[in-house]
Write a protein that binds this ligand. Structure first.
Ligand code: NDP
Length: 300
């Protein structure tokens, strides 16, 4: 293996440390405690795990955590009423509605009912527009985490060729905007892209956000390129015993690590950074709402 491993777990711990230090200053200097409200509808086991771990880390950095668990059959009216209360609640600086939502709820309507200043996921249409026009916004957590790791590894990204595989609103598109904002030359690839291996081979930076286990092999990677693997896929692992599974990314780690200059592992790469960036966004939102200095280096 030639590539340097970009340790997202260690970097996320550092980011959480910076967040905790800023939270302590906000309390001491201004008497403010940043608060994050997380709304979970239904009992999806993966979502429950995410929400638990978000709540635990929110408290660990000294912020207030408000969890709202609603029944699977909660009506849109009731959910919008709760979001209205959270929008008005001065103790709440960040609101996250855990996705995906049950089918009877309109995701766009729900997201766009969150006060954009409290939209710590960065999915509100106002924040999407602000990011797209290079203005101060709340930035989606996963792409923000990827950008932070790239900046930490490379310093400047200016002039680099970047290929983002995936064009979702949550990861691919905002990732491309952020890379463009840092003056990369950006290509967005998707399921209709022709000659994907050749497109990826041109890249100094590859961000894979596809949702297909180990889709990107090492012979697609330009020697020395940096590979950021956003994918989280659970596959069977018969070698571990009957019924056992393991997490893998969208990148074939072993073959890519032979060729790449640097690579993020799965698990332990992008995942931990996503939660750290959620906490960073909450403290940023809190500072903006109170008109006090934002922490440096924790947003785009
Ligand atoms: P989506 O399913 O919303 O988007 C997947 C994208 O991949 C689409 O744009 C799709 O193209 C593209 N795609 C699908 N198949 C191919 C193919 N064969 N070749 C090229 N492109 C293809 O997924 P998300 O963006 O929400 O998530 C992507 C991955 O990232 C998932 O594994 C998810 O679990 C993970 N994830 C991880 C997070 C973390 O914290 N680490 C957070 C969020 C997501 P098209 O638009 O043409 O259909």
């Amino acid at each position: 293996m030639g590539a340097q491993i970009i340790d997202g777990k260690a970097f996320a711990a550092k980011v959480r440390g910076q967040v905790a230090a800023h939270v302590a200053r906000l309390k001491a200097d201004h008497g403010i405690t940043p608060g994050l409200a997380v709304v979970l509808i239904g009992e999806d086991p993966a979502s429950q795990v995410y929400v638990r771990s978000k709540g635990k880390m929110t408290v660990e950095v000294g912020m207030a955590s408000f969890e709202h668990k609603l029944d699977l059959d909660t009506s849109e009216t009731d959910l919008l009423a709760l979001i209205g209360q959270l929008n008005a609640d001065l103790k709440v600086h960040g609101i996250l509605v855990q996705l995906p939502l049950p089918k009877h709820l309109d995701e766009d309507l729900v997201i766009n009912s969150i006060d954009p200043a409290k939209d710590v996921d960065g999915f509100h249409i106002s924040n999407v527009g602000l990011l797209g026009t290079g203005q101060k916004s709340m930035v989606p957590c996963t792409p923000l985490g990827c950008l932070m790791m790239l900046r930490e590894h490379h310093g400047s990204l200016s002039g680099m060729d970047a290929v983002v595989i995936g064009r979702s609103n949550i990861v691919g598109k905002p990732m491309a905007q952020l890379l463009l904002g840092d003056s990369c030359t950006v290509t967005i690839a998707h399921s209709r892209t022709k000659n994907l291996p050749d497109v990826v081979r041109r890249a100094d930076i590859v961000v894979a956000a596809v949702g297909r286990a180990e889709m990107v092999p090492g012979d697609w990677i330009k020697p020395g390129a940096t590979v950021i693997d956003v994918g989280i896929n659970r596959i069977d692992a018969p070698e571990k015993g009957d019924g056992k599974t393991q997490l893998v990314g969208d990148v074939h780690f072993d073959s890519c690590a032979e060729v790449a200059g640097a690579i993020t592992p799965v698990p332990g790469g992008v995942g931990p950074m996503t939660i750290a960036c959620l906490l960073a966004n909450t403290v940023t939102a809190c500072c903006r709402s109170h008109g006090v200095d934002e922490p440096e280096g924790l947003t785009a």
